[in-house]
Ligand binder design. Sequence first.
Ligand SMILES: Nc1ncnc2c1ncn2[C@@H]1O[C@H](COP(=O)(O)OS(=O)(=O)O)[C@@H](OP(=O)(O)O)[C@H]1O
Ligand SMILES: [Mg+2]
Ligand SMILES: [Mg+2]
Ligand SMILES: [Mg+2]
Length: 375
Amino acid sequence: MEVAVRVVQAACTLCQRVQSSLLLPASASASGSVHSKIDRSPVTVADWGVQAIVSWLLSDCFQDENISIIAEEDDETLSSSDGAALLESVVAAVNGCLIEAPKYGLRFPEKELKAHDILQAIRRCSSIGGPKGRFWVLDPVDGTLGFVRGDQYAVALALIEDGEVVLGVLGCPNYPMKKEWLNYHQRYYRLMSKVSPPTSGSWHKGCVMYAHRGCGQAWMQPLVHDFGKLDWRNSREVRVSTVSDPISATFCEPVEKANTSHSFTAGLAHSVGLRKQPLRVYSMVKYAAIARGDVEIFMKFARAGYKEKIWDHAAGVVIIREAGGVITDAGGRPLDFSRGVFLEGLDRGIIACSGPLLHHRIVGAVDASWNSSTL
Ligand SMILES: Nc1ncnc2c1ncn2[C@@H]1O[C@H](COP(=O)(O)OS(=O)(=O)O)[C@@H](OP(=O)(O)O)[C@H]1O
Ligand SMILES: [Mg+2]
Ligand SMILES: [Mg+2]
Ligand SMILES: [Mg+2]
C-alpha cells in the first residue's frame, strides 16, 4: 500500500506537468499533443509516461523484473517509425519526474532511463489477469478526455489477488481536498481566471485516496506539491455520506453521453425521487466522490455490447467499499475481477451508493424500468 501510494503520487506530478503543457495556448510541442487510438479515444504523453513510470517503480521497489501488471496502454505507436518524437517526449517526461523520486520516498534510477527502458517498462504491463495469483491493475490516466480538456482525471492503481481487489489507490490531481474548492478549481481552469488560490500549499488542489480490503477504512492525503515531501501525517480517513433520503441525495455519472445513457439515469432518478441535478465528472473521480461523501450515488449504463475493463473500476471499487459504500452491477452482484481484462458477466450497468438503502432502491428501479427502456 505504501509503495503504491508513493508511486501514484509521483505519477500525478508527471500528469500535472503534461496537462499544463497541453493547456498552453497553441502548444506545438510533442509533449503537448493529443493522439488518437484505433477506437478514436485520446492518448497523450501522460498515459504512456505514467504507465512507464509506475511499471519501472514497481519492479524497482519489489526487485522483480517479472512483476505482473495489466494496464491500458501498449507501446505500438511509440515503437513505430513515426513515433520517435513522441517517444522522446515520453522519455523526457519520465526522467523529469523520476529525478524527484526521493521526495516521495522512492529511489531514482542510477542512470537516466533510455527510450528502450521506457518501451520495455510499457510492454511489461501485459499480464492477462484471471482467477489465480497476484497482479497489479493500472489505468495510467483514467478520463483522458477530461485530462486533455483541463478537467478531472485520475491515476488508478489496484492490486488483485486470486480474483479479488485487495488494494486501490486513486490519484486525483484536480480534485481538491475539500468539495467547496471544486468550483474554484473549475473556474480557474476553464476560464483561466487570474484569481489566486484559496489557501497556500497543496490542500486546495489534488488528493490521493487509498484503501486496503478488510480494513473498513479509506484514506486521503493531499497531492505532494512542487516544494513538498510526502508526509503520512497528512493522511486522513474518509467516509461515505450518511444521507439515505433520495430527496437530499446527489448522483454522479460520466460526462460523455457515448459512455452512459443520460436519459435512462434521468428516468431512474425521477422514479426514486432524486431531486438534485446530476454531477457529471470525468473518470474514477466519481468513485472518489462517493467514498469521500461528496455525492451519494453513481450510475453507469454503457451501450449494449460495450465490455467494461477492469482498470476502469478496480481501484475505485475497493476504496468505495472500505469507506462504507456498496457497489455492484445492476443485478446487485459484485463486479467480477477474476476473468481477465474485462468485467465479464456484468449485468446491464454499475451502481455504487453510500449505503444499502439507496442501493436497494436504485437496483429495484432499474428492474422496474429496464424492459421499457431502449437499452
Ligand atoms: N463506449 C464506451 N462506453 C463506456 N465506457 C467507455 C466507452 N469508451 C471508453 N470508455 C471508457 O470510459 C472511461 C471513462 O469513463 P467515464 O465513466 O469516466 O466517462 S466520461 O469520461 O466521464 O464520459 C475511459 O477510460 P480512459 O480511456 O482511461 O479515459 C474508457 O475506458
Ligand atoms: Mg479508464
Ligand atoms: Mg486510461
Ligand atoms: Mg483510454
